[in-house]
Each structure stands twice: as structure tokens, then as C-alpha cells.
Design a protein around this ligand. Structure first.
Ligand SMILES: *Cc1c(COP(=O)(O)O)cnc(C)c1O
Length: 406
């Protein structure tokens, strides 16, 4: 059997569709974000990164680096075991307490990543809560979809951000069945934000529990950076808040925050929590330092909001259309996989600007885009360079401009 031929033929189809994934070889330098060294063949040069999820640059914050360095020297490199078998260190215990407090919940539980936290928590809830039905927003992240599928629980997909459609689905189900509504606050690719209060109203009316992915919101919204639910005063209405330590927190790992009994339930039954090595203590220490900083400091959040506004205004002045939303994510729609790839390549080659093209299956075909994520560390010079580069490409590719606002 020629297995390589099977692999290569499928990869060829991906290339033909323009959806083959090329990874940029980057070297980030702490203190220089959003600049990084890009290597390609024999050449290496500095580029500006415009698509990082290290939204606030906390991955280079001195407090975070100091906490990680100190933890490595004090506790060594790895945790040395699963949480159950010698891998629970004091750093994990402290971080889980901090996370519970961040979201106003009784308890929290750490996982290897946000992906694992969604996958494992939803698959455990769906399989272990007898006769559970899961109601999932149509735009939910792959990690939730896979967890729901794996649970083998009955599920319904409700229209994106549509509480009325959710209500119709819930009303059609036997009132005696336990129901779980799974959705996100900030949706990563469009940057739109869920009507969380209305979804909670509907869920509560049907006695359903709510599971909110705040991965693109933790650290960024709310007076203590607790997410959109904190900003809107809704944390206590959500049964589970799920987040990542890999985006605005700047490190790595994922978690859920919920009632003590729900957390104990997942801790006790979730395969993806039980049978894997605990996060290194240094990661837990770094995440703790980052969260403590973000709870108290508005500087990063304010700086980011200013840069988002400046970028949007500069795009408007150049007539480059960008999708409107209330969040920090600035999607520039291209609508064609090949064009999106070429624009990204050209920006890198001729302008030393790195924006990864976002193609299918991450977004639907025909909605290929550049997803820009301004941080407090992107200055006016970087914004001007990006918009100049895009503007040149808009002319070259004969892409439609929007009327320039006065
Ligand atoms: C990135 C992402 C995750 C996964 O988080 P990681 O920590 O990167 O594994 C989960 N949900 C959403 C919506 C995401 O965008």
C-alpha cells in the first residue's frame, strides 16, 4: 500500500484550492513585539506581526517573564506527572484559585490548552449528564464542536447569535431533558460579540445550563479583564466560563470556571484532564503573574482600544473595507483563497508585514480574509505601513474600495 501517495494526493488538492497551510518561521524577541525575525530559505529579516493572538503583548511582560524564570529555577522544568499522580504543584493550586476569583466562580480547573478544555469539558458533560441535549451556536469553535460530537449526546445547532432560534429549539425539546447551551462571547473570525444576556434569558426560561467560551475576551474586556460577561455584569448567570491562557494572558493552557461541584465532576470524570501531564509549574506561575497584572491594570486594554480605533480610521481613509464589529478584531475580507494568499505573500515580501491569510476551513469558502489584531505595541508608524501596503495591493489586485469617509 502506497500511503504516501494517499497523503500527497490530498495535499495536492489542498494546494490547488489555495488552502495549503504554510507556516511562517518566526523568532519572537521579548521586548520587541510586534516585531519578529522571519526566516525563509537563506534570508532572514525583521517583520511586523499583525496577526498574533498575544493581544496585549503579555507574552513579553517583565512580570510574566520574571515569574517564569524564578519558577524554573525554584521548581524545575516540568510538573513531573498528571495532576493525580504528583503533578499538582502549589503553582497550579494558586492559579486555579485566581481563575475562580477572576470569573466570580467557586472553582476552576486547568487543562493543557483552551482546545483541550472545551473538548474535554463538553464531551464529559454531554456523555455523563444522562440524556443531555447540547445546543451549539452555528459559529462555535472546532474545539467545542469536536467535544460535542465525541460526547455522542443529542445536539442541535442554533443560528449564530440568535436567541429566538435558540428558544425555538429549546421549546421543541422535552422539558424534562437536561440541556446545555454552548456559545462564545467574542467570535474569533468575525469579531462579533454574542447577546449573552438574551441567550441567558432564553436558557434560564428552559432550565438549561450555559457554557460560554471567553477565549478571545479574557484579559481584554471588563474592569478586571474577566471577559465580556464581567463587562456586562453577567458572570453569575453563566454556569461555565471557559478561557485560555494562550491568547491575551500571553502564556499557554486552558481552563473552566464554575461551581465547585461541576469542577469536581469534570476533574473526576474527564479523560482529557485525568490522563495527561500537568502544565509545567513555570507556565502556571507566568499565567498567574499575567492575570494578577491584568486584573489591576487598564493600561494594556486602553492602549489596545486606541490602536484598534486608529487602524480602523486609517483603513477608512484608504477606502479599504473592514468588517464592522464591537471587538478588537479587525477582519479585512478578501473573499478568494488564492488572492488572500497572494496578498499575504506580497505584504511579507515587499513590506515586511506578516498577516497570515485565513482560508477554509477556518472560515467559509468565499469569506477568506486577513484578520488584523492591533495590540498596544503597534505604533502609528506600523499602522501607516500596513495601510500603505494594503492600499497598494488594493490597486494592484483591482479590489473594490469603499467610499472614503469625509
Ligand atoms: C483559540 C481558541 C480556542 C483554543 O484555545 P487554545 O488555548 O489555543 O487551545 C478555543 N476557543 C476559541 C474560540 C478559540 O479561538
Amino acid at each position: 500500500m502506497n500511503f504516501d501517495a494517499i497523503f500527497e494526493s490530498q495535499l495536492d488538492r489542498l494546494r490547488e484550492a489555495g488552502n495549503y497551510r504554510y507556516f511562517a518561521d518566526l523568532e519572537r524577541h521579548a521586548g520587541r513585539f510586534p516585531h519578529a525575525l522571519h526566516r525563509s530559505g537563506d534570508s532572514e529579516r525583521e517583520v511586523t506581526v499583525w496577526c498574533s493572538n498575544d493581544y496585549l503583548g503579555m507574552g513579553q511582560h517583565p512580570d510574566v517573564l520574571a515569574a517564569m524564570e524564578q519558577a524554573i529555577r525554584q521548581h524545575g522544568a516540568g510538573a513531573g506527572g498528571t495532576r493525580n499522580i504528583s503533578g499538582t504543584t502549589h503553582a497550579h493550586v494558586k492559579l486555579e484559585r485566581e481563575l475562580a476569583d477572576w470569573h466570580g466562580k467557586e472553582a476552576a480547573l486547568l487543562f493543557s490548552s483552551g482546545y483541550v478544555s472545551n473538548w474535554t469539558s463538553l464531551s464529559t458533560l454531554g456523555s455523563r449528564v444522562p440524556n443531555a441535549v447540547i445546543l451549539s451556536d452555528a459559529n462555535n469553535h472546532a474545539s467545542m464542536i469536536e467535544g460535542i460530537r465525541h460526547s455522542k449526546a443529542d445536539y442541535r445547532i442554533f443560528r449564530h447569535n440568535d436567541p429566538e432560534d435558540l428558544d425555538r429549539h429549546l421549546a421543541a425539546l422535552d422539558p424534562a431533558l437536561p440541556k446545555i447551551v454552548a456559545f462564545e462571547s467574542v467570535y474569533s473570525m468575525d469579531g462579533d460579540i454574542a447577546p449573552i444576556a438574551e441567550i441567558c434569558d432564553v436558557a434560564e426560561a428552559h432550565g438549561a445550563m450555559t457554557y460560554l467560551d471567553e477565549v478571545h475576551a479574557v484579559g481584554l474586556y471588563g474592569p478586571r479583564g474577566g471577559g465580556v460577561a464581567e463587562q456586562r455584569g453577567l458572570m453569575d448567570r453563566l454556569t461555565v466560563i471557559e478561557g485560555t491562557l494562550g491568547k491575551a494572558v500571553g502564556t499557554m493552557g486552558g481552563y473552566i470556571a464554575a461551581s465547585a461541584s461541576l469542577v469536581d465532576f469534570i476533574r473526576s470524570f474527564a479523560s482529557g484532564f485525568i490522563f495527561t501531564t500537568a502544565l509545567p509549574p513555570a507556565l502556571a506561575a507566568g499565567a498567574l503573574a499575567s492575570i494578577r497584572h491584568l486584573k489591576a491594570s487598564e493600561i494594556e486594554r486602553q492602549g489596545q482600544r486606541v490602536r484598534v480605533q486608529q487602524l480602523r480610521r486609517a483603513l477608512d481613509r484608504a477606502g479599504i473595507p473592514h468588517m464592522p464589529n464591537e471587538s478588537h478584531i479587525v477582519p479585512v475580507l478578501i473573499g478568494d483563497a488564492q488572492k488572500c494568499r497572494r496578498i499575504s505573500d506580497w505584504l511579507l515580501e515587499h513590506h515586511a508585514i506578516y498577516v497570515q491569510p485565513i482560508n477554509y476551513p477556518t472560515v467559509p469558502q468565499g469569506t477568506e480574509r486577513l484578520r488584523l489584531t492591533p495590540s498596544p505595541h503597534h505604533g502609528e508608524a506600523e499602522i501607516a505601513a500596513l495601510v500603505d501596503g494594503l492600499s497598494e495591493l488594493w490597486s494592484q489586485c483591482a479590489l473594490a474600495r469603499q467610499p472614503v469617509a469625509a
